[in-house]
Design a protein around this ligand. Structure first.
Ligand SMILES: [Zn+2]
Ligand SMILES: [Zn+2]
Length: 188
């Protein structure tokens, strides 16, 4: 009975709404929605929010505001982080079947626009998926001042002591040390 089981499609039948005049609308609650995402993105928290379907003279205006989170990795320390996101949807959806004649609509004039199915169903899942994909942070951080990883030991700089006095950090110093050892050998 949970919406979580509805993973393949998030379809809404809008035949009734299309039969009403411009200005009519329906609000679709989005609750606990889990959906597969593109580009290896994984939801950290299900999608919540609301989508409004408003009748226009051509079809529907689909607007909404949704919140979720993405399971990401901190770009500095590689720790798992959950990044909250808020996305907006603002799309026009047009019928593929003429409402009065029942004949297929010539879709060549608007090839990019979202289309309703032959049965006047609107699949909201692709709209939600695209909006979330666009919200992916470029360089997520576990915290704004994450110091990242230690260049010497590879550990997290935020954890433990990384004052490594004896570690050769600069390769030029390593070369100098090698020269000194050679000199000692020569005189000893
Ligand atoms: Zn971090
Ligand atoms: Zn270290």
């Amino acid at each position: 009975m949970t919406r979580r089981e509805r993973t393949s499609a998030f379809e809404v039948n809008v035949a009734g709404l299309l039969g009403e005049g411009p200005g009519s609308h329906r609000d679709v609650a989005v609750h606990d929605l889990v959906l597969p995402l593109d580009d290896g993105l994984v939801l950290g928290r299900p999608v919540e929010g609301s989508i409004r379907l408003a009748r226009t003279n051509r079809g529907l205006l689909v607007t909404g505001r949704l919140a979720a989170s993405l399971a990401e990795t901190c770009s500095r320390c590689l720790r798992d982080v959950e990044v909250p996101i808020e996305v907006e949807i603002d799309e026009e959806a047009l019928p593929s079947i003429d409402l009065t004649s029942g004949l297929p609509v010539d879709t060549s004039a608007d090839p990019e626009v979202v289309r309703l199915s032959d049965h006047h169903e609107l699949d909201l899942e692709p709209l939600v998926r695209e909006a979330i994909s666009l919200a992916e942070p470029i360089a997520p951080l576990c915290r704004p001042d994450c110091p990242g990883l230690c260049a010497v030991c590879g550990g997290e700089l935020a954890v433990g002591d990384h004052d490594h006095p004896d570690a050769p950090i600069d390769p030029r110093l390593e070369v100098l040390r090698g020269l000194r050892v050679d000199a000692d050998d020569a005189t000893g």
